[in-house]
Ligand binder design. Structure first.
Ligand SMILES: [Zn+2]
Length: 69
């Protein structure tokens, strides 16, 4: 259920490319070139190169669920 509009969300995945997907706090962001060494929250790794993500078409929002397997 969408946390913004309480509507139906569609389950899907986002695959990482050559580098792991990583969330980096604004204060630690030094640009894409430095992202592999930046402090942050790694979302993907070699064993799991995707994250589960829920998409709400109505809100144009994607919610990444870090806990699902
Ligand atoms: Zn929504």
């Amino acid at each position: 259920m969408c946390p913004y509009c309480n509507g139906e969300m569609e389950r899907g995945v986002i695959y990482s490319d050559r580098h792991a997907l990583k969330w980096i706090a604004e204060k630690d962001d030094k640009g894409a070139i430095f992202s592999p060494v930046a402090k942050g929250l790694k979302l993907t790794n070699l064993e799991k190169d995707y994250v589960d993500a829920l998409y709400c078409k109505a809100c144009s929002k994607i919610v990444i669920d870090l806990k699902t397997e």
